[in-house]
Design a protein around this ligand. Structure first.
Ligand code: UTP
Length: 303
């Protein structure tokens, strides 16, 4: 059973400055919920009830979001805003939330290693990056956990990208299996030159890992960018036995990137009954206006 998740949220968020100078990117709202709440909800939906945030200085608001807020609760009670009261209580009761500080952002592998004392060496656990959002309700993490139990192997999430984009990601070397959405991952390379990339399947921010990864991370030296890379530790595991790679079948957004963040807001808003009926017609006419304006000035179509 996979009961625990380690959520690394200690990064500096430099791609989203200046807001990340004072607000953790994981707390930026996707419509009206912080990005990280969708991830905790995804964990809970996959049967995980214990979540460890690997945080850093300046991110205590993130812990507060999942804690009780007695002053807010009594104000809502007094005002008779009972739906809002139930909502804020529900957030605090989502999961058993723990935090540990990374101290220095020495890399994703180092951040995951911080979970060793909480998870232990004998238990499998999930890792989800704090800025990696799947369409809510995708059920993909649950499928990864199922694949982990079925194959008894570490499981990574794979996504196909255009070949010239592989240089920004960890890239998998794969062989096909009888299942069209499942691969044996025999190697992983961090941010390769497209000419040297083993495939155009990148690793995205979800992993189901055995507790033995902590000992491997202990022995993993700094790699690409001088950081302790999770991909290097995964390569060590893959040297013994292939990993299982599951192809993502859901839209996925990098909410630590400005464009990805805007797209994630639209994705979520488009599924909301309170917003979609007004937003989508407005969006269509706004795009038409942009197109007409671009046509009259000879610019490219913004789409
Ligand atoms: P990113 O590569 O997005 O790095 O890390 P970042 O620092 O957060 O953002 P930019 O690139 O400067 O804009 C991927 C995930 O790993 C976590 C981040 O918080 C993010 O969720 N991370 C990364 C850590 O927790 N610690 C690290 O040392 C590095």
């Amino acid at each position: 059973m996979v009961r625990r998740a380690v959520l690394p949220v200690a990064g500096l968020g430099t791609r989203f400055l200046p807001v990340t100078k004072s607000v953790p990117k994981e707390l930026l709202p996707i419509v009206d919920k912080p990005a990280i709440q969708y991830i905790v909800e995804e964990c809970v939906a996959a049967g995980i009830d214990d979540v460890l945030f690997v945080t850093s200085a300046g991110k205590s608001a993130l812990e507060d979001h999942f804690d009780r807020s007695l002053a807010l609760e009594s104000a809502l009670q007094e005002k008779g805003k009972l739906d809002d009261l139930a909502m804020v209580r529900e957030v605090a009761g989502l999961a058993d939330v723990h935090c540990i500080r990374q101290g220095e952002a020495l890399g994703l592998g180092h951040a995951v290693r911080m979970g060793a004392s909480h998870v232990g060496a004998d238990e499998s656990f999930a890792v989800i990056l704090g800025d990696d959002l799947l369409a809510p309700g995708s059920g993909f993490l649950g499928r990864m956990i199922e694949a982990h139990h079925r194959t008894s192997r570490p499981v990574v999430a794979l996504m196909e990208v255009p070949p010239d984009e592989v240089r920004r990601y960890g890239v998998a070397e794969v062989t096909a299996t009888a299942r069209p959405d499942e691969f044996e991952v025999t190697g992983v390379v961090e941010k390769p030159d497209p000419a040297d990339a083993p495939s155009n399947l990148i690793l995205v921010g979800r992993y189901v890992l055995p507790g033995s990864i902590f000992a491997v991370l202990d022995e993993t030296p700094p790699g690409h960018g001088g950081e302790i890379q999770l991909t290097d530790a995964l390569q060590t595991l893959a040297d013994d036995e292939p990993l299982t790679g599951l192809l993502l079948d859901s839209p996925r957004y990098d909410t630590g990137d400005k464009l990805g963040y805007l797209k994630a807001n639209l994705e979520v808003a488009a599924t909301r009954d309170d917003l979609a009926p007004s937003l989508l017609p407005w969006l269509r006419s706004w795009l038409d206006e942009q197109e007409a304006r671009a046509g009259s000035t000879g610019q490219d179509d913004p789409r």
